[in-house]
Structures are given as C-alpha cells and as structure tokens.
Design a binder for this molecule. Structure first.
Ligand code: E4P
Length: 217
C-alpha cells in the first residue's frame, strides 16, 4: 500500500519523507489556505522534497478554465498530479489530461458510480472520502469495498486513493479491503507506529540492559 500525506505543511512533509514513509502528497484548496502560502511556491517546494506524485487541485469549475489551470499547475514540476473534482467538466478534463500523459486524481468521490466514471475517464487515482461519509452516518469503508469490487470486475487500473482519513483504523480497514493508496494527515501516519506494549517492552529491555553494564560497539 502506498502512503501519501494529506497536507501542505512542508515541515511535516520533510519529516515523513526523511523517515522513508512517503510515496506522495495530496493537497487541496483548504490545505493551501491552512499553509498560508502561495500555491505555486509551496507546491514547488513540496515537489522538490518528494519524488512521488504531488496532487495539486484546480479551482475552476468549467472545462476550458480547468485545462488552463491544469497547464499552469503541470509546469510546476514533473511529479505534479492534477487533481480534478468529480463533475462532468472534471471528468472531461481528466480524460484530456490523461490522454496528454498527465497524472490525474479525481477527487470528492462519494459513490461507486462516481468512481466508475473516474476510471472510465482514465484517472490515475480516484479519491473516495471516507471520513466525510462517516460524518453523515454512512460507512465510508463500504464505498472502498464497492469500488475495489467494481475495479477488479473490469480490470480498471485507476488506483483507489482512500482519502479523508481520520483514524488509524481507517488506514487498517482500507488496507484490508485493498485500497491502493491511503492519504492521511501527518499525525495519523505517525500514530500508526504506536502500541502501548511496544513502549512497555522497550522500557523493560532498556532497564535490563542497563543492569548488564554492557555497551554495544
Ligand atoms: C484528499 O485528497 C483530501 O485532500 C482530503 O483527504 C480531505 O480530507 P478531509 O475530509 O479531512 O478534509
């Protein structure tokens, strides 16, 4: 499973990348707002840190405007992945951009039929939003399950990018179902390592080691 981090915070991206955990980055207009930085400047910096795809989202809603924004975003770096909303114009832009050799991420996916359309448009990634479905008392994981089933039925190569991740259990469930990628906030990715028995076990080993009076190396 690939791990993407869902942030435009360069410090966090650098830290996770240094750990060797990062396969890519996703951003969106809200995350750019949170960063307080210019979209081109911050996206360029992110692309220089991470080798994998960096999703940068268009904000136009009409096809030809989307294509203009996509051209501007694509100029930022070779690893830019153009993020497009799951609308008819977004799908049309996805098809055109994919045919031109760009990587695409169709975002704001909340149904299996929407994911099917993204796959038919040739999207590199489709982003079903788990947390936002859970928020309205749906089960986001059911959507991941349905999309996995449909894509396997037809051999679609579009990767399922489980997004709007809120908990470490979301990551585990998405992995069990077979999502190709998970994009999660930095804190959630870092929390995957935590287990109280690991902390307790390490504490005991270190205490016993100190009693031996030995040193390694
Ligand atoms: C995905 O690409 C989105 O940026 C993101 O996962 C949205 O998550 P949220 O619902 O926590 O805003």
């Amino acid at each position: 499973m690939k791990f993407f981090v869902d942030t435009a915070d360069v410090k966090e991206i650098r830290e996770l990348n240094d750990l060797g955990l990062l396969d890519g980055v996703t951003t969106n207009p809200s995350l750019i707002l949170k960063s307080g930085r210019d979209i081109v400047e911050v996206t360029k910096e992110i692309c220089s840190i991470v080798e994998g795809p960096v999703s940068a989202e268009v904000t136009a809603t009409e096809y030809s405007e989307m294509m203009k924004e996509a051209a501007a975003l694509a100029k930022i770096a070779d690893n830019i992945c153009i993020k497009l909303p799951l609308t008819l114009d977004g799908l049309k832009a996805c098809k055109a951009l994919t045919s031109d050799g760009h990587h695409t991420n169709v975002t704001l996916c909340f149904s299996a039929n929407q994911a099917l359309l993204a796959a038919k448009a040739g999207a590199t990634f489709v982003s079903p939003f788990i947390g936002r479905l859970d928020d309205i008392a749906f089960d986001g994981m059911d959507l991941i399950r349905e999309i996995r089933h449909i894509f396997d039925n037809y051999g679609y190569e579009t990767e399922i990018l489980a997004a709007s991740i809120r908990t470490v259990n979301h990551v585990k469930e998405a992995a069990l179902i077979g999502a190709d990628v998970v994009t999660a906030p930095p804190a959630t990715l870092k929390a995957l390592v935590k287990h109280p028995l690991t902390d307790k076990g390490l504490e005991m080993f270190l205490a016993d080691w100190a009693k031996t009076g030995q040193k390694i190396g």
